[in-house]
Ligand binder design. Sequence first.
Ligand code: B0W
Length: 833
Amino acid sequence: MPHRRFKKSNPVSSLSDLQDLGMTAKEIEDDIKRYYGHRLGRDESCKSVHYVYEALSLVVSDRLIERWKKTYKAYKKEDCKKAYYLSMEFLMGRTLSNAMLNLGIDDAVAQATYDLGLDLEELTDVEPDAGLGNGGLGRLAACFIDSCATLQLPVTGYGLRYEYGMFSQTIVNGEQVEEPDHWLRNGNVWEIQRLEYTQRIKFGGRTESHIDENGNKRSCWVDTHDILAVPFDTPIPGYQNGTVNTLRLWKATATEVFDLQEFNAGDYAESVAAKNSAENITMVLYPNDANENGKALRLRQQYLLASASLQDVLELWVGRHGYDFSEFAAKNCFQLNDTHPSIAVAELMRLLMDIYGLAWDEAWKITRSTMAYTNHTLLPEALERWSVNLFKQLLPRLMEIIFDINVLFLAEVSIRWPGDRERISRMSLIEEGDEQHVRMAYLAIVGSYSVNGVAELHSKLLQQGLFNDFYELWPEKFNNKTNGVTPRRWLAACNPELAGLITETIGDGWIRDLSLLKKLELYVDDKAFCKRWYAVQQGAKQKLIDFKKQEMNIDVNVNALFDVQVKRIHEYKRQLLNVLHVIHLYDRIKRGDTANWTARCVLIGGKAAPGYFMAKRIIKLINNIANVINHDPDVGDKLKLIFMPNYRVSGMEKICPGADLSEQISTAGKEASGTGNMKFMMNGALTIGTLDGANIEIREEVGDDNFFLFGLTEDQVESLRHHYDPVAIINQDEDLQRVMNFLECGHFNQFEPGIFDGIISSLKSPHDPWVTIADFRSFVEAQKRVEVAYQDKDRWTKMSIINTANSGKFSTDRTITEYNNELWKLTPVSVPK
Ligand code: B0W
């Protein structure tokens, strides 16, 4: 180990008494200059704005660290219960603006940078996104830790510090091209490496068993190839409350011993290769949102996260409480963000038994009362199953423990359902077949005290469908926690104009208590207020146009309806349905059916998993259609289709304030929750959506009159499957026939014959799981209702205000309060300011 903690008295405790740093514009300005000139050694000859960003970030970071230490001390003093959020993804986006807002120094910094002649927006735009996630699941983790800090809850996030985050997407000839995202290239001022908390992680080897002095069977995991997990901590500030929590991300490195062994054997190259293979573990984020992958490296990543984090927590426990674990479960809990970290169930057992000497029963009791599991998807292809052979080879001791858990669990099942062999095989943690597999979701359910879905419908479907056997066995474990988003990033910071108008009208209490937005409803008939609301929305649209124009050189009319669908590209999310509607509008223009036309700009953005062929083809189709429509002089301002490349967190911060219409059009029953839908609603966009995920709850909050509903319900989709006949539907719908004809005659791929054949045949297949054709007519009718509403500016503005006013439920402050009240039971800790 390179460093150890101080053992007896701390020789540098006097160094820890720091004076609080000043928060005025002048003090900040002086500090920026000092960092720029001294620490970074730059002067007027430096042309790169990056160093100014870095100087400012160091200034802000210093102020965070001060509060971070105080928070740590307060937690230590209280010896309070803690929760740990284990997630393979934290899609943090940028840090600077959010940190300034949460510290309450945004105005002072604005003044300081103005006085220095700097453009603050330009500076914040220099920061690369920390894109350590795929989409909703990773962004949810980021919103959660923001809310935990704001609610002053002692919660630590544990994840992986990928060297390369989510790939960057460019579009070449209409197709997605992936480029590596080396987000750490210029360093990362927000993190602190903590070598002193390094953990050792075992892989490979074999197990040996013996009988201990009490007659219990014990296992040892030996001949392992170890690697080190080094933590990097990022401060997570609460909203202007003095609390700064921690996000701890692990980076894999080689052990010195491991290197030396090879080196002494005289094989320098091998030794370097070994180092590389250790470091490879956290080299790259897997870009497969909701797709199976089954790669050994991914299992290594998952184990590294679980093992390093649990060792860290147990070490902290032993440091304070010695080897007495009787209170451990009362003082600690772990929330598993999907099955990705669910190996933690077996790892906690291993650590408690093999390292700390507990007996099985005691360890199992602790595990089952500290772990809680959140499921994020019903899609079968996303359910993780690991080959037993791979498991045995990589993590032999963990495999043993999982087999033992399974034996005891199946005994429980057969007591409840004697002789029901089919059920036993259905519920087994081990799936039989040509090759055996470990069902990770079942491991998570069996090892947890809570299983939750992320929206009402999704939680209901988990209970009635996917996990029904487990629900029958343990109904009390199952619950719902509808997702949310943090209103700090997703309204206060990303839409300062709207936030300003809201604060001016109802005060700033909404930033901490989003339900207060309801007060805005008092103003829906106030003409002056509505006028300002409309002006702010138009301003945001103009800003979005200017931003896109810079990037894409396309002219858009600010009065057009901004119709936006941004999310991962996936067949279940039905970007194709959106595109069919665009072709229908294009067809109407070409036919001259344009009386009372509503100009519309359809914006689509999102990344496809690199191995997901169909999703990539959908991107190509969108771009090809855009190319035809946007260059057709008959179309002009009436319709535009724009594919926005490289959709990411910082992109959404610019997009959501400028949207009129939010497209949430997944096949009912497939989108577990969705969270983009909430960001749009909060910023005053109206939703066109199916009864899926959190759309249902959005509609409940905002009322049927303020939501454009269409499409089959989940029940209807399921019963349609038996007799779905898309060709018959097409034949009965003249508009749809014409749309399909555009596709089939190659109108959008004149020089690329056949490239969309796969898409066409999937739409026309009676086995199309997403039943896109079935919802076409209903979607078109709903879009007509959208147009009628949009043409009445006053009505639309009113609906927009009502959407924001009723978005209070969708704050992660509400979600986290529910997690805490029902599952974690932590006491908020106030931190002296
Ligand atoms: C993400 C990544 C992976 C993987 O890397 O293998 C697998 C599955 C997911 C995933 N993402 N599963 N569900 C989600 C999304 O989670 C958010 C947050 O709860 C929901 O709003 C979305 O509906 C869901 O698709």
